[in-house]
Design a protein around this ligand. Structure first.
Ligand code: PLP
Length: 406
């Protein structure tokens, strides 16, 4: 199939706008991707045609809203290869999903349990475990390091396991280095030690086919807004055997079976973990984002993005003083870099003046920055709708601003 970039771009209204009088070149896709018209239309329709609270009414609108939400759950189940919709919990994002697991599943950890993380984690996969540790000072966090290419030290990973290890939690793809971790192998090793695994797939699901049954992970999390979907929703996949044992994370409406002052019983899965009114409009629109990805084929999207990244990296390496962080052969379409001693913030500001939107700073990965001995990077990241022409604009903008900042 040929990659019809013009057709793809025509679905994204924002791509025709300009910044500072220059055509927008949006290269901040790792932070959030743009949204195709069909998703926006589904959100508008959710508000204009179907808005009523879910699971609470006998009336037509409530039933339709509920149907859209539950249809979305089944679609997500199929999209990630889960075996039951009871294993799909809607959250506010990957962050909330990890907090849910750390709080609820973490409350079941044995005394002196040890949690294995990696140095390349987003704060979302560090701080929830630290919060748990602040309530449970007996728990220990151990961290896997990386090599010079930005790949995990797998020998060290294996060596960190012992009889106290109660959890391993790591990203599928690094949001800074782009490294695609060998998660299947890592899960397999944890499984051989009977240690449950959470995979943070926030940067994986937008770029590759993920099958949680094939991976055999215990938990998998991701965010809709990074994969062409609405903001404010995310997914927690959890194995049913764990979810059944886990206590509720938040209390309120929707997650109960019966409430009295003498005691409360909880709803079944997945509702036990969905207290309060969810973003049912956004959830109802999420399948449109999956349709968008399916129509192109996520493998085709990834191949296109990698072509852009390789082209960008080749051009960037010709620039004197260029340092690219993350050089694994297994890499997703993210380029983090610095040039000479130019501050990442200054570079981001000037790129913006030329219409190029990149992210600067620590990318919510301060421990990784510390490991790399830097305060931050400039990060360009690619999505389905980016073009080689945009890479050229980015490179020529870089070449224009570097002499000004040097
Ligand atoms: N994990 C990774 C690897 C991320 O890149 C991000 C966001 O950038 C998150 C978790 C948190 O996602 P959210 O802010 O959508 O909850």
């Amino acid at each position: 199939m040929s990659y019809n970039i013009e057709k793809i771009r025509s679905e994204f209204p924002i791509l025709s706008r300009s910044i500072e009088g220059k055509p927008l070149v949006y290269l901040d896709n790792t932070a959030t991707s743009q949204t195709p018209r069909r998703v926006v239309d589904a959100v508008v329709s959710g508000y204009c045609d179907f808005k009523a609270n879910v699971h609470r009414g006998v009336h037509t609108l409530s039933q339709k809203a509920t149907e859209l939400q539950e249809e979305s759950r089944r679609r997500v189940r199929d999209y990630i290869g889960a075996s039951s919709e009871e294993e799909i919990i809607f959250t506010r994002g990957a962050t909330e999903a990890i907090n849910l697991v750390a709080c609820s599943f973490g409350s079941l950890f044995p005394r002196n349990g040890e949690i294995i993380l990696t140095v390349m984690e987003h704060h979302a996969n560090i701080v929830p475990w630290q919060l748990l540790q602040s309530r449970r000072p007996d728990l220990k966090i151990k961290v896997v390091d990386i090599n010079d290419r930005g790949e995990l030290l797998l020998d060290q990973y294996r060596d960190l396991f012992n009889e106290n290890t109660c959890m391993a939690s790591f990203c599928h793809v690094s949001n800074v280095l782009g490294t695609v971790n060998p998660v299947k192998e890592m899960i397999g090793y944890a499984r051989s030690k009977s240690v449950p695994v959470l995979v943070d797939g926030a940067q994986a699901v937008p770029h590759m086919r993920v099958d949680v049954t094939d991976l055999d992970c215990d938990f998998y999390v991701f965010s809709s807004h990074k994969m062409y979907g609405p903001t404010g929703i995310g997914v927690l996949y959890g194995k049913k055997e764990h979810l059944l044992r886990m206590p509720p994370y938040q209390g309120g409406g929707e997650m109960i079976s019966h409430v009295s002052f003498e005691g409360t019983t909880f709803a079944g899965l997945p509702f036990k973990f969905e207290a309060g009114t969810p973003d049912f409009v956004g959830i109802g629109a999420l399948p449109k984002a999956l349709d968008f990805m399916d129509e192109i084929g996520v493998e085709n999207i990834a191949a296109h993005e990698l072509e852009l990244m390789e082209y960008a990296e080749e051009k960037m390496r010709e620039i004197p003083g260029m340092r690219i962080f993350g050089n694994s052969p297994h890499k997703s379409a993210v380029v983090s870099f610095l040039v000479g001693d130019i501050h990442h913030y200054d570079m981001g500001m000037l790129l913006d003046k030329l219409g190029v939107e990149v992210r600067t700073g620590h990318h919510c990965a301060q421990p990784l920055m510390q490991r790399l001995g830097i305060s931050g990077t400039v990060r360009a990241s690619f999505a389905a709708y980016n073009t080689l022409g945009e890479v050229d604009s980015f490179i020529s903008a870089l070449r224009r601003i570097i002499p000004i900042l040097s």
